[in-house]
Every structure is written in C-alpha cells, then in structure tokens.
Design a protein around this ligand. Structure first.
Ligand SMILES: [Ca+2]
Length: 315
C-alpha cells in the first residue's frame, strides 16, 4: 500500500512537471517520441496485428500513465500491416493523440513466407464497422523491425514489449542484433507460445521460436484467463454507458460483435502489465510464465475506466 502511495506521489509530481502535456515526452532521434506516461516512466513498445482487440488496446494506451508509449508497430495478422497502421493512426487521431509514432511492420513471416489472411480480416480492417476520418499523420519512414531496434537502443532502461500479434517484427529485430535482448524488460503476449496452439503463434511459429531462443522474459496470457472476460452484450452495455471518447469509439466498433465469442484478449494482456496483481501467473516467478487466471470484475472495470478517461484528464 505504501508503495502505491509513493508511486502516486511520484506520478503527481511528474505530471505537474510535464504540465500534463505530451510536449514533455520528447525522445530523441528516430526511435520515437511521445506517449502517455512522463519521460521518466518506463518505455512501452506495442506490436499489434490490429484485430478489434488490438484496436481497443490502441484506444486505451494513451489513457494509462504507467508507461511512456514509445510507439506502435503493426504486423501482418488479423489485419494487414499497412491497413493496420492506417487504422492505428485513425484511432489515435480520433482521440486527438498525435504524439505516438506508428510504424508498419512485416507483411511476411520470419521465414519470408506470405502471411495468410484469416477469415476475419475484413472485419478487422473495417474496424468492425467503425468509420473514421483519415489521420493527417503518416507512418514512420522506418520498417517495423528497425523501429523496434532503434527504440530499444534509445531507451535509457529496458523496454516493456506488449506484443499482441505474431512475433515477426521482434524476431527480425533480435535476429539482426541479438544484443538487443538486454534492452527488453519483458515481452507480454496473448496465447501459449510454448504449446504454440493459438493464432498469434501458429501464424508465425518460427518467429516464436526465435524470440524464445533470445532469452527474453515471456509473459503469456492463456485462454483459461481470457475466457473469463467475454465481450458480450452485458459488457457492451457498460461500454455504451461511458462518456469518454475512447469508450464511445469502442462501443461503436463492437456494437455488432458482442455475442461473447470475442474475449477481452489483447486488452487483458495490457491490463496484466498495468495491474499484475489482478492476474495469477504460473509459475509466479519464472523466465517464461503463463497468466492462467484473472479477477474478471476488476479487469473489466479497469479497462472501462481507461476508455472512460475524459480528454481533460489524459496524461
Ligand atoms: Ca492481436
């Protein structure tokens, strides 16, 4: 508890010194700048394949104040990497956020094969039916793996990697420079990358093998946890009650997709980074561990709170 109070005080001082503005979150060079937490906060890199749950994470990232979001990188998966980056930029623009760089990642697997389109690609690329204006910003000029490498080199401390799609970009970056693993605090993923029976791993199993061989710490959130938080009609109704801009966008995006088949998948991986005490990891302390359980009510509420953040309160 005392630690929480100290963290809150440090955060308050940081926010005051930053004037609550993204202007203070300047990085330097090509590695990316901007994001939500203050410049002294740990850096977070987000690697997405822009399914609807990735899109919900993009809408939550600017609202959290624990991490400095160094950038978003797309990969071919649920959505294509190029369309996914365009959608990420549109979502950020709809929030009024222009400080988080977006880079286009690999359109092929780690082995150089074409990444097959899943049956839900059209729904993912169409953001579930959510229509958004184009962003005035363009993706970064560097390829996703190079952007990851530059960001890892630039960060003063090891970076938290939230990798909620196939691990192609990270595998490419680590293959080009294995020493970069020293700049990775941990990699948080959706699915079991040991058994490799989930979409993110099955789509590029060679990338999964390469990342695991790099010795990066791996936190894997598995279905026994995420099955407890379905995106069903009851949850949609709670989202529809939100007044924050992100909440309104999530409600529009999910209005036709709330039969409970989809879970709070990638959203829960983010939440496990923000509030690990709400999750059960097995083994609790290991180089590779599974998130096997979660406190459903608390996780749902935490996500609702993030999406409900008013613009005036955004860090
Ligand atoms: Ca995803």
């Amino acid at each position: 508890m005392l630690l929480r109070v100290i963290e809150a005080l440090v955060l308050a001082v940081t926010l005051m010194s930053c004037g609550g503005s993204g202007e203070a979150d300047q990085g330097s060079g090509d590695g990316g700048s901007g994001g939500s937490g203050g410049a002294s906060a740990p850096w977070l890199l987000c690697d997405v394949d822009m399914g609807l749950d990735d899109a919900r994470v993009v809408l939550a990232l600017p609202m959290q104040d624990m991490f400095h979001v160094a950038g978003i990188v797309t990969v071919e998966g649920s959505a294509g990497a190029v369309t996914g980056a365009d959608n990420a930029l549109r979502l950020l623009a709809a929030l009024g956020v222009d400080s988080i760089p977006v880079a286009v990642g690999s359109e092929r697997t780690f082995d150089g094969q074409p990444t097959p389109a899943p049956g839900w690609r059209a729904m993912a690329e169409g953001l579930g039916g959510l229509s958004l204006e184009p962003s005035s910003r363009s993706p970064e000029p560097t390829a996703g793996a190079d952007f990851i490498a530059a960001t890892l080199r630039e960060s003063p401390e090891p970076v938290y990697v939230l990798a909620i799609g196939p691990l192609t970009n990270l595998a490419l970056a680590l293959d080009a420079d294995p020493s970069l693993v020293e700049k990775i605090h941990s990699v948080s993923v959706l699915g079991d990358f040991v058994a490799c029976e989930d979409y993110n791993c099955e789509t590029d199993p060679a990338a999964a093998v390469a990342v695991r061989a790099s010795a990066a710490s791996l936190d894997m959130l598995v279905p026994s946890a995420t099955n407890k938080v379905p995106f069903d009609a009851a949850f949609l109704a709670r989202v529809q009650g939100l007044t924050g801009r992100a909440g309104q966008l999530v409600a529009q995006m999910m209005a036709q997709h709330s039969n409970g088949y989809m879970k709070l998948w990638d959203d829960s991986v983010l939440e496990a980074m923000l509030e690990p005490s709400l999750f059960t990891f097995d083994p609790p302390d290991a180089h590779e561990r599974q998130g096997v359980d979660l406190q459903a009510d608390a996780v749902e509420q935490a996500l609702l709170d993030l999406w409900d953040t008013p613009a005036s309160m955004m860090p």
